[in-house]
Design a protein around this ligand. Structure first.
Ligand code: BES
Ligand code: ZN
Ligand code: ZN
Length: 501
């Protein structure tokens, strides 16, 4: 897919060469000066007359009319040099590749050095290119009878740069593509309908990942859960025809099993709400209720590719949330693996139930730090909208690391509090230790605080992606549908993680 070259080669034959332009350049330098000369100064003229624009995301295509083997010069506006940063550039790459793919380009070249400015280094640019391209050109095939015609795809990108070693550029662009690919895998899992992705399918997928990357794999069946007392996950599965799965993947990148990062992802393959049934409008889209599991599996793919020196245990509780004569009912009291009893006030608050046992099980596997990711509450959408993941924590240091990773991954995140009074509400039950639905007030906080009861003293961050896991609009880095939210944040966190006291 990616070839790296160090010298400008105007004789190379390319359908299009992508060139970054900041603002309106005062003077054409380097490669552009050469081109300008070949065009008798007309390129300078075009810039002067603003016919080639440096405005962010504006794309100007110039035909070379046989002057070079390169058929077209594709100028991509990068906006104001001072405002440019890594995230901006990744987005611009995404925007450009998406558009060029639509225009049926299959082979492209990039003058990478033209994108360099300020504090964005050439290797970061290469990463941004690899990631931006991979994310932006993602598509979910779907099941239409007619969509089988192969659409033209960009299949080759030649990167020109004189600013770094080609090996290093190649490594950076590949790492970017790996981050993009892991995110795309998560997107595909989320886009799959509930009948195409059952808990069993999810377990099989995890098994494939384990085989590919040498992860240790454990899949708990219903009998194992009964033996271990996972009453919360079992309760949610009670109304289902599909067997539940507790999926565990272990990656050991250190000599000893210490400083273990536990990644826990809600894997509800379809959420009807159970007897606290969702409305006919609210139920549509609930195939995406395994976005947390998808983010964890996507991150594990990235971890498997990049092999950081860290220990990770991924735990995914998976089932659908269905109705039948045997299903869980409001008012039922269940006993979680931790021993804590739960009064079920709302069967639609099932995510926190399955996470309860998963968090306990992650600790059982030695997790010293916990990050759970879940499409947990409609409340987080009311609070923060659809572009921002809600975070709750019991540990400042761990939260800072997660937030930093989210920032670098270009994923918006904002923290909500857990005050002692919030914990009181979660613990308010006459007949059990906890209740699973203290009411609508602040219910994103209630959901997180409930999971926190099971993290106990282990440093823990909860990420509510109910708003961010899917989007209705196409955007520069992907189509409408699943976003793969938090995949890159989790993988970056693991890559950069520093154990704390
Ligand atoms: N899966 C839903 C949350 C959700 C809502 C995800 C909208 C994506 C979009 C979750 O299981 C749920 O139903 N939560 C309830 C909790 C309530 C009953 C306490 C909610 O948010 O209404
Ligand atoms: Zn629910
Ligand atoms: Zn749910």
């Amino acid at each position: 897919m990616f070839q790296i070259k160090t010298n400008w080669d105007l004789q190379a034959s390319h359908a299009g060469l992508i060139i970054g332009v900041y603002d309106r350049p005062a003077k054409l330098e380097g490669f552009l000066a050469e081109v300008d000369q070949a065009f008798d100064g007309h390129l300078t003229e075009l810039f002067k007359n603003n016919e080639i624009s440096g405005k962010r995301k504006e794309i100007t295509v110039i035909h070379t009319l046989g002057k070079f083997n390169i058929k077209k010069l594709i100028f991509v506006g990068l906006g104001k040099e001072k405002q440019s940063n890594f995230e901006n550039i990744r987005e611009v790459f995404g925007h450009a590749f998406k558009m060029l793919q639509k225009q049926k380009y299959t082979e492209l070249a990039v003058a990478l050095d033209s994108f360099v400015r300020g504090d964005v280094e050439i290797l970061d640019l290469a990463h941004a290119l690899g990631e931006g391209f991979t994310l932006a050109t993602y598509r979910f095939e779907g099941y239409k009878q007619k969509s089988n015609e192969p659409e033209k795809q960009i299949n080759s990108i030649t990167i020109y740069s004189e600013l770094a070693d080609p090996e290093e550029i190649n490594a950076a662009v590949t790492v970017g593509a790996v981050y993009g690919q892991g995110t795309n895998s998560a997107r595909t899992l989320v886009n799959l309908p509930g009948n195409m992705l059952t808990a069993t399918d999810m377990a099989n997928y995890a098994e494939e990942l384990a085989a590919r990357y040498g992860f240790e794999l454990e899949i708990l069946e219903r009998e194992d859960m009964e033996r271990l007392g996972m009453g919360a996950l079992l309760a949610v599965n009670q109304g289902s025809e599909q067997p539940p799965k507790m999926i565990v993947l272990k990656y050991d990148g250190k000599d000893e099993w210490t400083d273990v990062i536990g990644l826990v992802g809600k894997g509800i393959t379809f959420d009807t709400g159970g007897y606290s049934l969702k409305t006919k409008d609210g139920i549509v889209g609930m195939k995406t209720d395994m976005g947390g599991a998808a983010a964890v599996l996507g991150a594990m793919e990235i971890i498997g590719e990049l092999r950081p020196e860290q220990n990770v245990v991924a735990v995914i509780p998976s089932t659908d949330n269905m109705i039948s004569g045997g299903a869980l009912k409001p008012d039922d009291v269940i006993t979680s693996m931790s021993g804590k009893t739960i009064e079920v006030l709302n069967t639609d608050a099932e995510g926190r139930l399955v996470l309860a046992d998963a968090v306990t099980y992650a600790k059982h596997h030695g997790a010293n730090y916990l990050i759970d990711v879940a499409t947990l509450t409609g409340g987080v959408i009311v609070a923060l909208g659809e572009d921002t993941t809600g975070a709750l924590t019991n540990h400042e240091g761990l939260f800072e690391q997660v937030l930093e990773s989210a920032y670098e991954a270009g994923e918006q995140m904002w923290r909500l509090p857990i005050f002692p009074k919030d914990k009181e509400r979660v613990r308010n039950s006459k007949i059990a230790d906890l209740n699973n639905s203290p009411g609508r007030e602040g219910h994103a906080i209630m959901g997180g605080a409930f999971v926190g009861e099971f993290a106990e003293d282990t440093p823990w961050v909860h990420l509510d992606i109910a708003g961010t896991s899917v989007t209705k609009r196409d955007y520069d880095l992907g189509p409408s549908g699943a976003t793969g939210a938090m995949t890159r944040t989790l993988a970056l966190l693991v890559e950069r993680f520093e154990p704390m006291k």
